[in-house]
Ligand binder design. Sequence first.
Ligand SMILES: [Zn+2]
Length: 366
Amino acid sequence: MLLILFSGASSGFELIGAKWPTPATDMAMNFSGYNGGVSPSGTTWSQAYREAAQLWSDSTPFSFTLTDQSIDPCVGFSSGAGDDRNGTAFTSTLCGRSFGLGVLAVTITYAQVGGTETLETDMIFNASQNWDVYHGPWLSDASEFRRVAAHELGHVLGLDHEDDVPALMATFVVVGSTVETPLVDDIDGANFLYGNATAQDPLVLNLEEPTTGSVKTGVANIRGWAISSSALDRVELFVDGVSRGEIPSGGLRKDVASNFPTYPNASNSGYSMAFNYSNLSEGNHTILVRAFDDAGSSREFSANFTVVRFDNPFIQNASSVDLSNATVSNDQTSIFIKGLRADGGNYDVTLRWQTATQSYEIVDIR
Ligand SMILES: [Zn+2]
Protein backbone atom coordinates (compact mmCIF):
# COMPACT_ATOMS: atom_id res chain seq x y z
CA MET A 1 0.00 0.00 0.00
CA LEU A 2 1.57 3.22 -1.12
CA LEU A 3 0.74 6.78 -0.32
CA ILE A 4 0.66 9.14 -3.25
CA LEU A 5 1.57 12.71 -2.39
CA PHE A 6 0.78 15.65 -4.58
CA SER A 7 3.05 18.46 -3.94
CA GLY A 8 0.11 21.45 -0.78
CA ALA A 9 1.17 24.82 0.89
CA SER A 10 1.95 26.84 4.29
CA SER A 11 7.24 30.06 7.07
CA GLY A 12 10.51 28.58 6.41
CA PHE A 13 10.73 25.83 3.85
CA GLU A 14 8.01 23.21 3.76
CA LEU A 15 8.60 19.50 3.41
CA ILE A 16 6.33 16.94 1.85
CA GLY A 17 7.26 14.43 4.55
CA ALA A 18 9.23 11.98 2.51
CA LYS A 19 12.81 12.05 1.28
CA TRP A 20 15.26 9.81 -0.54
CA PRO A 21 17.47 7.66 1.69
CA THR A 22 20.55 9.25 0.11
CA PRO A 23 20.89 12.74 -1.44
CA ALA A 24 20.51 11.46 -4.97
CA THR A 25 18.06 9.96 -7.41
CA ASP A 26 17.73 9.29 -11.09
CA MET A 27 15.09 10.75 -13.38
CA ALA A 28 14.35 9.48 -16.85
CA MET A 29 13.53 12.16 -19.38
CA ASN A 30 13.01 11.93 -23.09
CA PHE A 31 11.13 14.80 -24.65
CA SER A 32 11.81 13.97 -28.30
CA GLY A 33 8.10 13.36 -28.90
CA TYR A 34 7.05 16.85 -27.85
CA ASN A 35 7.43 19.49 -30.56
CA GLY A 36 10.38 17.57 -31.95
CA GLY A 37 12.15 17.83 -28.61
CA VAL A 38 12.98 21.48 -29.19
CA SER A 39 11.51 24.63 -27.65
CA PRO A 40 10.55 27.61 -29.85
CA SER A 41 13.70 29.41 -28.68
CA GLY A 42 15.82 26.52 -29.99
CA THR A 43 16.91 25.08 -26.66
CA THR A 44 16.00 21.40 -26.36
CA TRP A 45 13.70 20.43 -23.52
CA SER A 46 16.34 17.93 -22.41
CA GLN A 47 19.03 20.58 -22.20
CA ALA A 48 16.75 22.87 -20.17
CA TYR A 49 15.86 19.96 -17.86
CA ARG A 50 19.55 19.17 -17.35
CA GLU A 51 20.23 22.79 -16.48
CA ALA A 52 17.35 22.75 -14.00
CA ALA A 53 18.77 19.65 -12.29
CA GLN A 54 22.24 21.21 -12.25
CA LEU A 55 20.88 24.19 -10.28
CA TRP A 56 20.11 21.86 -7.36
CA SER A 57 23.39 19.94 -7.67
CA ASP A 58 25.34 23.22 -7.63
CA SER A 59 23.67 24.65 -4.55
CA THR A 60 22.70 21.65 -2.39
CA PRO A 61 24.01 18.16 -1.48
CA PHE A 62 21.37 16.59 -3.73
CA SER A 63 22.24 15.35 -7.18
CA PHE A 64 20.11 14.05 -10.03
CA THR A 65 21.27 11.44 -12.49
CA LEU A 66 19.34 12.06 -15.69
CA THR A 67 18.86 9.30 -18.22
CA ASP A 68 17.66 9.71 -21.78
CA GLN A 69 14.85 7.15 -21.55
CA SER A 70 11.15 7.26 -22.27
CA ILE A 71 9.47 6.08 -19.08
CA ASP A 72 5.74 6.64 -18.80
CA PRO A 73 5.29 8.62 -15.57
CA CYS A 74 1.70 7.40 -15.23
CA VAL A 75 2.37 3.66 -15.00
CA GLY A 76 1.09 2.44 -11.65
CA PHE A 77 -0.68 5.70 -10.88
CA SER A 78 -4.26 4.48 -11.02
CA SER A 79 -3.46 1.38 -8.95
CA GLY A 80 -1.45 3.48 -6.50
CA ALA A 81 1.41 1.00 -6.66
CA GLY A 82 3.72 2.91 -8.97
CA ASP A 83 6.34 1.05 -10.97
CA ASP A 84 9.56 1.98 -9.12
CA ARG A 85 10.70 4.04 -12.08
CA ASN A 86 10.98 7.82 -12.13
CA GLY A 87 9.53 9.11 -15.36
CA THR A 88 9.09 12.57 -16.86
CA ALA A 89 6.88 13.54 -19.78
CA PHE A 90 4.59 16.08 -21.35
CA THR A 91 1.04 14.75 -21.02
CA SER A 92 -2.41 15.98 -21.94
CA THR A 93 -3.95 14.85 -18.63
CA LEU A 94 -2.83 14.30 -15.05
CA CYS A 95 -2.54 10.57 -15.66
CA GLY A 96 -6.17 10.43 -16.73
CA ARG A 97 -7.47 13.19 -14.49
CA SER A 98 -7.94 16.82 -15.41
CA PHE A 99 -4.88 18.98 -14.82
CA GLY A 100 -7.09 21.75 -13.45
CA LEU A 101 -7.07 25.38 -14.43
CA GLY A 102 -3.63 26.90 -14.81
CA VAL A 103 -1.66 23.86 -13.65
CA LEU A 104 1.72 23.79 -15.38
CA ALA A 105 3.17 20.59 -14.03
CA VAL A 106 2.71 18.02 -11.27
CA THR A 107 5.17 15.85 -9.40
CA ILE A 108 3.82 12.62 -7.93
CA THR A 109 5.65 11.14 -4.96
CA TYR A 110 5.18 7.56 -3.75
CA ALA A 111 5.94 6.54 -0.18
CA GLN A 112 4.76 3.83 2.18
CA VAL A 113 1.76 4.89 4.23
CA GLY A 114 3.28 6.28 7.42
CA GLY A 115 6.73 6.07 5.89
CA THR A 116 9.21 8.86 5.35
CA GLU A 117 11.22 7.37 2.51
CA THR A 118 10.49 8.41 -1.04
CA LEU A 119 10.14 5.33 -3.23
CA GLU A 120 9.33 6.87 -6.60
CA THR A 121 8.67 10.24 -8.16
CA ASP A 122 7.10 11.00 -11.52
CA MET A 123 6.85 14.36 -13.21
CA ILE A 124 4.33 15.46 -15.78
CA PHE A 125 4.18 18.72 -17.67
CA ASN A 126 0.86 19.98 -19.01
CA ALA A 127 1.26 19.54 -22.75
CA SER A 128 -1.50 22.04 -23.49
CA GLN A 129 0.57 24.92 -22.09
CA ASN A 130 2.49 27.13 -24.46
CA TRP A 131 6.02 26.17 -23.36
CA ASP A 132 9.32 27.84 -24.18
CA VAL A 133 12.78 28.18 -22.62
CA TYR A 134 14.08 31.64 -21.78
CA HIS A 135 15.74 33.70 -19.08
CA GLY A 136 14.28 36.84 -17.53
CA PRO A 137 10.81 37.87 -16.44
CA TRP A 138 8.01 35.29 -16.86
CA LEU A 139 6.04 36.14 -19.98
CA SER A 140 2.25 36.12 -20.10
CA ASP A 141 2.20 34.16 -23.36
CA ALA A 142 4.90 31.53 -22.74
CA SER A 143 5.40 29.19 -19.78
CA GLU A 144 9.10 28.83 -19.09
CA PHE A 145 10.06 25.18 -18.95
CA ARG A 146 13.46 25.30 -17.20
CA ARG A 147 12.30 27.06 -14.03
CA VAL A 148 9.16 24.92 -13.82
CA ALA A 149 11.35 21.83 -14.12
CA ALA A 150 13.58 23.22 -11.35
CA HIS A 151 10.50 23.75 -9.17
CA GLU A 152 9.25 20.22 -9.83
CA LEU A 153 12.70 18.77 -9.10
CA GLY A 154 12.42 20.54 -5.74
CA HIS A 155 9.30 18.44 -5.11
CA VAL A 156 11.23 15.34 -6.18
CA LEU A 157 13.86 15.90 -3.49
CA GLY A 158 11.15 16.46 -0.88
CA LEU A 159 10.23 20.14 -0.76
CA ASP A 160 6.65 21.35 -0.63
CA HIS A 161 5.28 24.74 -1.58
CA GLU A 162 6.55 27.84 0.24
CA ASP A 163 4.55 31.05 -0.05
CA ASP A 164 5.63 33.03 3.03
CA VAL A 165 9.12 33.96 1.85
CA PRO A 166 10.62 34.29 -1.65
CA ALA A 167 11.15 30.82 -3.02
CA LEU A 168 11.40 28.82 -6.20
CA MET A 169 8.94 26.50 -4.41
CA ALA A 170 6.18 29.14 -4.45
CA THR A 171 2.84 27.59 -5.36
CA PHE A 172 2.21 30.00 -8.22
CA VAL A 173 4.37 31.76 -10.73
CA VAL A 174 3.22 35.23 -11.77
CA VAL A 175 3.86 37.23 -14.91
CA GLY A 176 7.08 39.21 -14.48
CA SER A 177 8.57 36.84 -11.90
CA THR A 178 12.36 36.59 -12.20
CA VAL A 179 12.80 33.61 -9.85
CA GLU A 180 14.55 30.99 -11.97
CA THR A 181 16.82 29.24 -9.47
CA PRO A 182 16.61 27.78 -5.94
CA LEU A 183 16.62 30.68 -3.44
CA VAL A 184 17.99 30.70 0.12
CA ASP A 185 14.85 29.15 1.59
CA ASP A 186 14.79 26.40 -1.04
CA ILE A 187 18.45 25.61 -0.41
CA ASP A 188 17.87 25.63 3.36
CA GLY A 189 15.14 23.06 2.82
CA ALA A 190 17.35 20.77 0.78
CA ASN A 191 20.18 21.17 3.31
CA PHE A 192 17.80 20.30 6.09
CA LEU A 193 16.77 17.10 4.37
CA TYR A 194 20.17 15.98 3.22
CA GLY A 195 22.77 17.83 5.31
CA ASN A 196 24.59 20.88 4.05
CA ALA A 197 27.83 19.22 3.08
CA THR A 198 29.90 20.76 0.33
CA ALA A 199 33.54 20.38 -0.50
CA GLN A 200 34.18 23.76 1.07
CA ASP A 201 32.10 23.03 4.14
CA PRO A 202 34.17 21.63 7.01
CA LEU A 203 31.26 21.48 9.44
CA VAL A 204 27.80 20.08 8.78
CA LEU A 205 24.99 20.28 11.32
CA ASN A 206 21.49 18.86 11.31
CA LEU A 207 18.69 19.15 13.88
CA GLU A 208 16.18 16.31 13.54
CA GLU A 209 14.03 16.87 16.62
CA PRO A 210 12.25 19.13 17.24
CA THR A 211 11.30 19.87 13.66
CA THR A 212 9.89 23.21 12.59
CA GLY A 213 6.13 23.17 12.84
CA SER A 214 5.99 20.27 15.28
CA VAL A 215 3.97 20.09 18.48
CA LYS A 216 5.78 19.08 21.66
CA THR A 217 4.69 18.12 25.15
CA GLY A 218 6.35 16.39 28.07
CA VAL A 219 9.73 14.70 28.04
CA ALA A 220 11.14 14.07 24.55
CA ASN A 221 14.42 14.40 22.71
CA ILE A 222 16.46 17.16 21.25
CA ARG A 223 18.57 15.34 18.71
CA GLY A 224 20.47 15.54 15.46
CA TRP A 225 23.97 15.10 14.17
CA ALA A 226 27.08 17.13 13.42
CA ILE A 227 30.17 16.22 11.44
CA SER A 228 33.41 18.04 10.82
CA SER A 229 36.45 17.56 8.63
CA SER A 230 38.50 18.13 11.78
CA ALA A 231 36.92 17.02 15.06
CA LEU A 232 33.67 18.13 16.58
CA ASP A 233 34.21 20.15 19.74
CA ARG A 234 30.73 20.69 21.17
CA VAL A 235 27.06 21.28 20.44
CA GLU A 236 25.40 24.11 22.37
CA LEU A 237 21.68 24.48 23.03
CA PHE A 238 19.70 27.71 23.11
CA VAL A 239 16.00 27.81 23.95
CA ASP A 240 14.24 31.05 22.97
CA GLY A 241 17.67 32.68 22.74
CA VAL A 242 18.83 31.61 26.22
CA SER A 243 21.82 29.29 26.59
CA ARG A 244 21.00 25.92 28.12
CA GLY A 245 24.49 24.48 28.04
CA GLU A 246 25.78 21.65 25.87
CA ILE A 247 24.05 18.66 24.34
CA PRO A 248 25.94 15.38 24.77
CA SER A 249 27.38 14.17 21.45
CA GLY A 250 29.17 11.14 20.06
CA GLY A 251 26.12 8.94 19.52
CA LEU A 252 26.21 6.13 16.94
CA ARG A 253 24.91 7.21 13.49
CA LYS A 254 25.74 4.65 10.82
CA ASP A 255 23.31 6.37 8.47
CA VAL A 256 25.29 9.62 8.64
CA ALA A 257 28.54 7.74 8.08
CA SER A 258 27.17 6.16 4.92
CA ASN A 259 25.98 9.53 3.62
CA PHE A 260 29.23 11.31 4.45
CA PRO A 261 31.96 8.69 4.03
CA THR A 262 34.76 11.25 3.78
CA TYR A 263 34.11 12.75 7.20
CA PRO A 264 36.03 11.25 10.11
CA ASN A 265 33.91 10.20 13.07
CA ALA A 266 30.68 10.51 11.08
CA SER A 267 29.61 7.18 12.57
CA ASN A 268 29.65 8.81 16.03
CA SER A 269 28.11 12.11 15.01
CA GLY A 270 24.83 11.93 16.91
CA TYR A 271 23.89 14.37 19.61
CA SER A 272 20.88 13.99 21.83
CA MET A 273 19.40 14.80 25.20
CA ALA A 274 16.11 14.38 26.97
CA PHE A 275 14.21 17.61 27.36
CA ASN A 276 11.00 18.39 29.18
CA TYR A 277 9.12 20.55 26.73
CA SER A 278 6.41 21.01 29.34
CA ASN A 279 8.80 23.24 31.30
CA LEU A 280 8.20 25.78 28.53
CA SER A 281 5.05 27.88 28.41
CA GLU A 282 2.22 26.86 26.13
CA GLY A 283 2.67 28.33 22.65
CA ASN A 284 5.47 28.98 20.18
CA HIS A 285 9.17 28.51 20.96
CA THR A 286 12.52 28.29 19.17
CA ILE A 287 15.33 25.85 19.78
CA LEU A 288 18.71 26.65 18.27
CA VAL A 289 21.70 24.35 18.30
CA ARG A 290 25.22 25.59 17.52
CA ALA A 291 28.06 23.22 16.75
CA PHE A 292 31.77 24.07 17.01
CA ASP A 293 34.66 22.09 15.62
CA ASP A 294 38.30 22.05 16.69
CA ALA A 295 39.23 24.35 13.83
CA GLY A 296 36.98 27.06 15.24
CA SER A 297 34.18 26.80 12.68
CA SER A 298 30.60 26.92 13.89
CA ARG A 299 27.17 26.25 12.41
CA GLU A 300 23.66 26.92 13.69
CA PHE A 301 20.38 25.17 13.11
CA SER A 302 17.05 26.22 14.58
CA ALA A 303 13.48 25.01 14.69
CA ASN A 304 10.24 26.74 15.65
CA PHE A 305 7.71 24.54 17.37
CA THR A 306 4.61 24.70 19.56
CA VAL A 307 4.27 23.48 23.13
CA VAL A 308 1.02 22.05 24.47
CA ARG A 309 0.99 21.00 28.12
CA PHE A 310 -0.89 20.16 31.25
CA ASP A 311 -0.77 22.82 33.96
CA ASN A 312 1.68 20.74 35.94
CA PRO A 313 4.92 20.39 33.89
CA PHE A 314 5.75 17.04 35.48
CA ILE A 315 3.00 14.87 36.85
CA GLN A 316 4.69 12.68 39.47
CA ASN A 317 1.78 10.58 40.45
CA ALA A 318 0.33 8.38 37.70
CA SER A 319 -2.82 7.81 39.72
CA SER A 320 -3.65 11.52 39.38
CA VAL A 321 -4.25 10.92 35.66
CA ASP A 322 -7.76 9.54 35.48
CA LEU A 323 -9.92 8.47 32.55
CA SER A 324 -12.90 7.24 34.56
CA ASN A 325 -15.13 10.13 33.46
CA ALA A 326 -13.55 10.56 30.03
CA THR A 327 -14.97 9.79 26.60
CA VAL A 328 -12.67 8.52 23.87
CA SER A 329 -13.39 8.81 20.16
CA ASN A 330 -11.45 8.87 16.94
CA ASP A 331 -11.47 9.86 13.31
CA GLN A 332 -9.17 8.61 10.57
CA THR A 333 -6.05 10.26 12.00
CA SER A 334 -6.70 11.25 15.59
CA ILE A 335 -7.71 9.91 18.98
CA PHE A 336 -9.78 12.32 21.06
CA ILE A 337 -9.98 12.06 24.85
CA LYS A 338 -12.54 14.38 26.40
CA GLY A 339 -12.69 14.89 30.14
CA LEU A 340 -9.30 13.52 31.11
CA ARG A 341 -8.44 14.43 34.72
CA ALA A 342 -4.79 15.19 35.48
CA ASP A 343 -3.58 16.61 38.80
CA GLY A 344 -7.05 18.00 39.48
CA GLY A 345 -7.42 19.67 36.07
CA ASN A 346 -9.95 18.73 33.41
CA TYR A 347 -8.57 18.40 29.86
CA ASP A 348 -9.49 17.54 26.29
CA VAL A 349 -6.55 15.81 24.63
CA THR A 350 -5.85 14.86 21.01
CA LEU A 351 -3.32 12.21 19.96
CA ARG A 352 -1.99 11.65 16.45
CA TRP A 353 0.60 9.33 14.89
CA GLN A 354 4.04 10.95 14.75
CA THR A 355 6.57 9.75 12.24
CA ALA A 356 9.60 10.96 14.22
CA THR A 357 8.72 8.93 17.29
CA GLN A 358 6.78 6.12 15.58
CA SER A 359 3.96 6.36 18.08
CA TYR A 360 0.73 8.17 18.85
CA GLU A 361 1.54 11.37 20.68
CA ILE A 362 -0.35 14.24 22.26
CA VAL A 363 -0.71 17.06 19.75
CA ASP A 364 -3.31 19.17 21.54
CA ILE A 365 -4.28 19.79 25.18
CA ARG A 366 -7.18 22.08 26.10
ZN1 LIG B 1 4.72 22.82 -7.05
